[in-house]
Design a protein around this ligand. Sequence first.
Ligand code: ADP
Ligand code: MG
Length: 225
Amino acid sequence: MIRLSNICKSYRLGEVLLPVLKDISLTIGAGEFVAIMGPSGSGKSTLLNIIGCLDSVESGSYHLNGIPIDGAGDEELALIRGDKIGFIFQLFNLIPRINAERNVELPLLYAGIARHERKRLALAALESVGLGDRALHSPMQLSGGQQQRVAIARALVNRPDIIIADEPTGSLDSLAGREIMEIFAKLHAEGKTIVIVTHEEDIAAFARRVIRLRDGRIERDDIRP
Ligand SMILES: Nc1ncnc2c1ncn2[C@@H]1O[C@H](COP(=O)(O)OP(=O)(O)O)[C@@H](O)[C@H]1O
Ligand SMILES: [Mg+2]
């Protein structure tokens, strides 16, 4: 479903062009659970953002479910994201002044779903991550692990096929991190495609496939039997 061919991406810093991804070719099938690892600065987030249609490629091709994504403009990318992809970030990215249920509702608001239906779907998503009883709490009234579970509920509420997470356990203690990974394992068992970035081996061990980047290239791509 995800097919990258010869992807290159650089950032311009003043006069200097900094190559970040160098000729990346990669296929991820529907329902795979993949961890991307590698040293800091090796291009993990850049690659994840391209896979998640948050960023465009410079050269090479990207097909998502057979549809070419390279060449899509920002608006087109936003539509694809809203429909197919749920994102989870290291620092949760919740809105502090609104409660958990309202945070989870936001993608539905952008999708134009009516208030009553939004609330029903948001509560169901919170229940699916074990937070049905925290709907009225604001992010500050929740632990880090609970905030990340709210963020997962928000990513799930549009029923995306693909879940993308950039160091989702990077701000959590090991127990909370493990709880988050158990939710990803459950989503994987339900058939979602999951791609996470992590630098922790015990977190990557939840995935069946581990792709290691080094200096913008794929150094290893291992699938556990
Ligand atoms: N928006 C940007 N502008 C300029 N350089 C960037 C930008 N984003 C990332 N980089 C650079 O690209 C390289 C790879 O970054 P990134 O993909 O975030 O790596 P990782 O997630 O593996 O730490 C780094 O050298 C970083 O400084
Ligand atoms: Mg990163």
